[in-house]
Design a binder for this molecule. Sequence first.
Ligand code: SAM
Length: 278
Amino acid sequence: MAYSGPFQPGDRVQLTDPKRRHHTFVLERGGKYFTHKGEISHDDIIGLDEGSVVRSQLGSEYLCFRHLYVDHVLSMPRGAAVIYPKDTAQILVEGDIFPGARVLEAGAGSGALTIALLRAVGEQGTVFSWEVRGDHLEFAQENVATYFRDTPQNWRPRLGDLADATRGELGEPVDRIVLDMVEPWHFLGTVADLLIPGGVLMTYVATVPQLMKTMEGIRQARCFTEPRAWETLLREWRVEGLATRPEHRMNAHTAFLVWARRLADGVTPPRPQRRARR
Ligand SMILES: C[S@@+](CC[C@H](N)C(=O)[O-])C[C@H]1O[C@@H](n2cnc3c(N)ncnc32)[C@H](O)[C@@H]1O
C-alpha cells in the first residue's frame, strides 16, 4: 500500500467537507461517490497530490487526504475495545518495537495494536497475535487486511489461549511481548518461557487491582527486572486568540502500562529495588 505520493486506485481516501465531516472510501477507476451535493468521480481524485481539493457535481469542495492509522483504528469495526493511539505510541517506544523484531501480542482483540506493531517491525519482522475468541480474531483479521489491503505475510494470527503457546510454535523466543488482556498475571510463566533474555514485556491494564496484581506477579516470577508502571494523560487545547485554553473534555483514563525486562536464565533478581530505574 502507498503511504504517500499522488492518489492511486486502491487508496483509502478521506474527504473533508465544508462542515468538517469526513467521507471515506476506496478509490477505483471509473468509481463514483455520492453526496447530497452531487457525485464525485474517483477519477478526479486519482493522480492528485494529497491535500488537494475536489469538487462535487453541484460545486461543493472537499479536501482530500489518505486515511491515516489513527483514522482507521478509531473508525474501524470492533469486537473488543482498542488500545488508543496515545497508549499505542507509548507501547511502540517504551516497548522498543524495532524494525525486524519478533513480537508476540495477546489478545489481538480488534487488531488496532496489531496494525501498529506490523508497521513498526516492518517486512523483516514478525508479529504473533494470540486471541482466544474466534469472533474477535475475525475482527482483527478483517481490520488488518483492510488497513494493509491484504493480510501481511509476516503476521501470524493464532486462535487460542495464550497459556497454550509454546516455543515450538514460535520457532525461537521472541524479542518483545505485549499483553492486553484481563488477567495478564496468569500468563507470566508463559511469557518468561517465550521471551528472550533482555526482551521487553509490556502489559496494558485498565484498573488499579489489575495493576497491583500485574506488578506483584512480575516481582514474584523472579525472572524480570523490577517493573515500572505509568499512565499517559492527553489533553487537547483549543487555540483561538484570547479564547486559547485546554479543551473542557478529555479521555482522562484509558489504562496503565507496565514495563519489565526478562533476566537471563538462572539469574535471580538483584535485591528488591522498590523504585524501578530506567
Ligand atoms: C481489550 S482486547 C485487545 C484489544 C487489542 N489490543 C486492540 O488494540 O485491538 C483483549 C482481548 O484479549 C483476549 N484474551 C483474553 N484472554 C486471552 C487469552 N488467555 N489468550 C488469548 N487472548 C485472550 C480477549 O478475547 C480480547 O479479545
